[in-house]
Design a protein around this ligand. Structure first.
Ligand code: AMP
Length: 308
């Protein structure tokens, strides 16, 4: 079993979907990643920052899931990162209504001593300089570094983003962001261009249409489970990344074959995330529910064709 470092936001989110609207609720990339990774019973630590306004209950929630939060800085006089978004009717796209960096603007991440030799590092969506600084603190070269990012950082810190992308093994990115990063419409060409930027593995997330894993000339595709209820896609990408990273940390196997399973685990966990607003569904998700859905996934994608 490997140790996992999770870097990302702990946040307040205000979300609007065609099904309703929330006030400030718990959100943030590190929250979703941590909740997903907690299903693998691995040693994990969150590295993040919050303000004095961040409820102790939210921190306890993470601790109770056995996520080490000693790397979460609390700036007593500061305010927690806030993000607000509104989904379009198809729920595959959204507009960001507000991004208030607050304490995140001066965040200097500190990796806990015990985690500086972690084998797996999950760099959640954050300023690329912060992501780089975490890699600088690792005392041994991690076996696998996974990075998630978004258009916000492409718009405001592209050079820094390209610098950190050079240093990682796996990038997870959504289809529109892959297109923006490369200027290519075809996702196959976009993935090839991203390979050339550094990462040996490229995961392109396509929302309700699943996810693609590229490695040189190999491609693997996992659909998303067709769901009856989709309330709020917020955090699905982070949940996917947390499931992916958690599975790799649990198995310690970074081969392409094993990454296929990691994609399936990521997709399965993400399918729960969207069923309720914010982190609600992920907070009490049981391992048996996950297991059941993995079986459904297998049935969805399995077929027996005789080729002559
Ligand atoms: P996802 O839906 O997986 O893309 O992730 C949504 C989460 O990302 C929300 O909980 C937000 O708090 C967080 N988020 C949104 N914008 C940013 C940003 N610019 N940097 C870091 N985290 C963000």
């Amino acid at each position: 079993m490997s140790k996992l470092v999770i870097v990302g936001t702990l946040a307040f989110d205000a979300i609007e979907t065609p099904f309703g609207k929330t006030d400030k609720i718990l959100g943030g990339a590190a929250t979703y990643i941590g909740l997903a990774a907690s299903h693998f019973n691995i040693d994990s630590a969150a590295v993040s920052v919050v303000g004095g306004d961040f409820p102790q209950d939210y921190l306890d929630l993470l601790s109770n899931k056995k996520i080490d939060i000693s790397g979460v800085e609390i700036v007593k006089e500061g305010k927690t990162f806030f993000w607000s978004g509104k989904y379009h009717n198809d729920m595959n796209s959204r507009d960001t209504l507000a991004t208030e960096l607050n304490t995140l603007a001066d965040f200097n991440p500190v990796v806990p001593e015990d985690y500086k030799n972690a084998e797996i590092v999950m760099l959640g969506n954050l300023h690329p300089i912060v992501q780089s600084s975490v890699l600088d603190q690792m005392t041994t070269k991690p076996k696998l570094v996974i990075l998630d990012t978004m258009n916000f950082w492409m718009d405001c810190a592209l050079d820094d983003l390209l610098n950190v992308i050079k240093r990682i093994d796996v990038i997870t990115i959504n289809d529109e962001e892959a297109r923006q990063l490369t200027g290519e419409y075809s996702l196959v060409v976009a993935a090839r261009k991203i390979h050339e930027m550094g990462p040996k593995y490229v995961v392109i997330k396509k929302g309700e249409h699943g996810a693609l894993l590229f490695h040189n000339d190999h491609v693997f595709y996992a659909p998303a489970l067709p769901l009856e209820e989709v309330f709020d896609p917020t955090g699905a990408g982070d949940t996917f990344a947390g499931g992916f990273a958690g599975y790799i940390a649990k198995t310690g196997d970074t081969s392409f074959e094993n990454m296929k399973n990691a994609v399936i685990y990521g997709s399965t966990l993400a399918s729960f995330c969207v069923e309720k607003f914010g982190t609600e569904r992920m907070q009490n998700l049981s391992n048996s529910e996950v297991h059941k859905r993995l079986l459904q996934f297998k049935q969805l994608t399995q077929f027996d064709i005789e080729l002559t």
